[in-house]
Design a protein. Structure first.
Length: 402
C-alpha cells in the first residue's frame, strides 16, 4: 500500500495546483473524528468546510444512500424524481420560500440566484433593471457570475473582465446600499447572513431589516447566500431567521447534503415564476442520491435535535474561545453565530502557524479572511469534544506565542 507521503507526492504531480493543501490524507471518519493514512486521529472542527453536518458514519445517511443506490441513482430532470420532490416539499415547509431549484454546489446555487434576479428584473422593469448589489468582503463562489458577485478582488485577479452591472456595497452599512440601489436599475441584492470566507462576520440585525425594507420599497429581490450558514450551522435552520426577516431568494449547499454534493436555490412564488422551462438547468441537479442525503440530513437534524445542539454547543465554543482571548494578546476578537465561530488574530501569519500546531496535536481548524481561525464542527459535536478541541487549540496557541 502507498504511504501518505507517496500519495501526496503523486497528488502534486497529477492534480492541478489550485489548493494550498495541508499534508494529510484521511481514510476514515467516525463521529467528529477523522483518521489519516497513518492511523492518526484528529478532532475535526472543519467538517469538510462546514459540510459534514452529521459528522462521519451517520447510520441513517449510509443506509438510506445504500438503499437508494440499489434502486436507481440518475435519470435526469426530464422526469420526476421522488426524493427531489420530497426534499423540495420539506425545504419549503421549513422556510419562507415556495419553490426550489436543485443544483450541485454553492457556486451553482448563487449563480442560479443571480440569473433569477436578472430574469425577474427584466420582466418587471425591462432590460435596464439588471444591476445586482453584493457586499464587499463577501464570498459567493467561483463561476464567472459568482466570482463577480464575490466582493473581494483577490479572487478576481487575472480573470477579468468581470460580469457587468454587479456593484459592491459596504457590509452592515445600509447607507452604502441605498447609495447604489434604484428601482429602475437594481434587480437583486445578495448578502450572507454571516460572511464566512470573509472572516466569520455576522450581519447586523438592523442592517438586514433595513435591507429587507429597501428591497420591498424598490422591487428588488433580497437574496441571502446561506451556502455556509444554512441547514442548522448557526443554530437555526436558516441564518436569516436570526434577523426576523423573510428573504425572497435563498442559496443553499454545503450542509444540506451532509457530504453529498448538492446545491439549492429557493424562491418565493412571485419571483420563482420568472423561470420557465429551459431558463435554467443542471443535468445532475436534485439527483436521487443527493436529495436522499438532503432528506436524511433534515430528518436527522430533527431526530437528534441538532438545531438546539448547535445553539448550545455554539455558545460553549464561543465561551471557550473568549477564554483564549483573555489569555493570548494576539487574539483581537471572537465572533460568530452557533457552530460557526471565528477567532480573529492580529497577524495573518499566525493563522497557518496555529493550524499546523493544532493539526500536529490532533485538531483540524480552518482559516477565514486573512486573519481569522474558523471553527465549523459537525452539528453533532458534544461539550466534551469541544473542550478537548479547545484544550488542543490552547496548546497550539501557546506553541506559537512569541
Ligand atoms: C457563502 C458561500 N457561498 C458560496 C460558496 C461556494 O460554494 P461551493 O464551493 O460549493 O461552490 C461558498 C463556499 O465556501 C460560501 O461560503
Amino acid at each position: 500500500m502507498e504511504s501518505m507521503q507517496e500519495l501526496i507526492e503523486k497528488g502534486r504531480q497529477y492534480v492541478m495546483n489550485t489548493y494550498a493543501r495541508f499534508p494529510y490524507a484521511f481514510t476514515k471518519g467516525e463521529g467528529v473524528y477523522l483518521y489519516d493514512m497513518d492511523g492518526k486521529k484528529y478532532l475535526d472542527f472543519v467538517a469538510g468546510i462546514a459540510v459534514n453536518s452529521l459528522g462521519y458514519g451517520n447510520e441513517a445517511l449510509i443506509s438510506n444512500l445504500n438503499a437508494q443506490m440499489q434502486k436507481v441513482f440518475h435519470t435526469s430532470n426530464l422526469y420526476w424524481i421522488e426524493p427531489q420532490v420530497k426534499l423540495a416539499e420539506a425545504l419549503v415547509q421549513r422556510s419562507c420560500a415556495d419553490k426550489v431549484f436543485f443544483c450541485n454546489s454553492g457556486t451553482e446555487a448563487t449563480e442560479a440566484a443571480l440569473k433569477l434576479a436578472r430574469k425577474y428584473g427584466s420582466q418587471v422593469g425591462g432590460p435596464e433593471k439588471c444591476q445586482i448589489i453584493t457586499m464587499k468582503n463577501s464570498f459567493h463562489g467561483r463561476t464567472f457570475g459568482a466570482i463577480t458577485a464575490t466582493g473581494q478582488t483577490k479572487y478576481q485577479k487575472g480573470l477579468g473582465p468581470m460580469l457587468p452591472e454587479i456593484v459592491y456595497a459596504e457590509y452592515n452599512d445600509i447607507e452604502s446600499v441605498r447609495a447604489l440601489a434604484s428601482k429602475e436599475k437594481t434587480c437583486g441584492i445578495l448578502v450572507e447572513p454571516v460572511q464566512g470566507e470573509g472572516g466569520v462576520i455576522p450581519a447586523d440585525p438592523a442592517f438586514m431589516q433595513e435591507l429587507r425594507k429597501l428591497c420591498s420599497e424598490l422591487d428588488i429581490l433580497m437574496m441571502v447566500d446561506e451556502v455556509q450558514t444554512g441547514i442548522g450551522r448557526t443554530g437555526t435552520l436558516f441564518g436569516y431567521e436570526h434577523f426576523g426577516i423573510e428573504p425572497d431568494v435563498i442559496a443553499l449547499a454545503k450542509g444540506l447534503g451532509g457530504g453529498m454534493p448538492i446545491g439549492a436555490m429557493m424562491a418565493k412564488d412571485f419571483c420563482a415564476s420568472a423561470f420557465g422551462p429551459g431558463d435554467h438547468a443542471a443535468t445532475f441537479g436534485g439527483n436521487f442520491l443527493s436529495t436522499t442525503a438532503g432528506l436524511t440530513v433534515l430528518s436527522e437534524i430533527d431526530r437528534m435535535h441538532l438545531l438546539e445542539n448547535a445553539q448550545k454547543q455554539g455558545t460553549h465554543l464561543q465561551e471557550r474561545a473568549k477564554k483564549l482571548q483573555e489569555k493570548y494578546d494576539f487574539i483581537q476578537e471572537v465572533r460568530g453565530l452557533g457552530l460557526m465561530q471565528g477567532i480573529v488574530l492580529n497577524e495573518a501569519s499566525l493563522v497557518n502557524e496555529i493550524r499546523l500546531e493544532a493539526a500536529k496535536r490532533g485538531l483540524l481548524v480552518i482559516g477565514a479572511g486573512y486573519t481569522a481561525l474558523r471553527m465549523v464542527p459537525p452539528l453533532i459535536i458534544q461539550k466534551e469534544e469541544i473542550d478537548a478541541g479547545m484544550d488542543i487549540l490552547d496548546e497550539a496557541m501557546a506553541a506559537v506565542q512569541k
